[in-house]
Design a protein around this ligand. Sequence first.
Ligand SMILES: Nc1ncnc2c1ncn2[C@@H]1O[C@H](COP(=O)(O)OP(=O)(O)O)[C@@H](O)[C@H]1O
Ligand SMILES: [Mg+2]
Length: 383
Amino acid sequence: MPDRESNPFRFGDLALDHFFTDRKAELAELTADIRNGQNVVIFAPRRFGKSSLMWRAAQQLVSDGSVLVAQVDLMKAPTKERLAEKLAAAIYEEIASPLFKLREQAAAVFRGLRVLPTMIVGIDGSVSFSFAAGQASAAIDATLERLLELPAQLAAERERRVALVFDEFQEIMRIDPGLIGLMRAVFQEQPEVAHVYLGSRRHMIEQVFNDENEPFWRSAKQLDLGPIPAEPFAEYIGDAFRRTGRGISVPTLTRLLELTSLHPYGTQELAYSLWEATPAGRAAGEPELDVALTQVLRSENAHFSRIWERASRVQRLLLEALARAPGGAPQGAAYRRDHGLPGPSTVQKALAALLQDELVGNGPGGPRITEPFLAEWILRRGM
Ligand SMILES: Nc1ncnc2c1ncn2[C@@H]1O[C@H](COP(=O)(O)OP(=O)(O)O)[C@@H](O)[C@H]1O
Ligand SMILES: [Mg+2]
């Protein structure tokens, strides 16, 4: 529990412990699937809480002793060597160490590897692995293959369940396009291991889960992670204000969630600023929310300026239109006339690019800007 004087909201890092809210249904489903050895793909745009949900699930599974969960973030593994290092570290920490009491025994699981890693123990007791650079590609492939086999083998030998999690899975193609075939071949032989893949639906479908790789992911269950529903999110924010000696008026809370469209990261970011703008013993109202929003827009200014500079002329026109009038049919004659947009195919092309960059999303009412606060930034910019 944070003390009364420290901000109860967090954005950027994993949402752990009391910074995590809701996702009850998703957590129940995900932990059950993993216990069953079911493969799962978790889809959501950036900063929707994929990694946080997975961490929460892993925490539960590990603490009740039902499953050992090894996680690798592919964003942190730009090469095959680095991937092998991260895999070795995850297998050592999350699978071998819990299974074997002695560090030497745990390290011995790597004995059969074609390329042997050097184990580095930090002052704090943390362990990392390093594979010398300049290995032949075939040797690294053989090592990776063996590492991918290890969790299943250890699980079978020790009669435990294991799960293998790949965060930012779309990066797999950038590391090496051949890896996916290797994984497919190895994982097919491991029906009892739950493999979990996290990434954005758009990027995964376009880059990884194409027709050629269909057999790979057809066996996986898809879990689409949406925003956090308004009711639990509002309750969480209200509680956090109260717990830290502050209040928040109901209209302000409603407006805050409108401004962020319930985006998990955006909501935490604005709530963080709102808390900062609210003195102890007071309740946050409209003026404080104004201050908080201005503060968020200021700190995101460089980010939005970069987006704006990269956008083409038509993309800018379309973004301005969507900021003023979200939803609708931007390719339609009426919308184009109202917002001074060019011909339908030009608008269509700009829209496709914005969807690709995940700045815009297709909602039930039509396309709208989904990047948190970008619409506000555009509207204020024009003033
Ligand atoms: N369940 C949650 N409850 C509260 N905030 C959350 C939750 N999930 C995510 N967030 C917020 O979103 C931010 C990004 O979460 P993260 O798990 O890193 O998303 P992703 O992996 O999808 O990019 C967190 O720092 C936190 O502010
Ligand atoms: Mg993540």
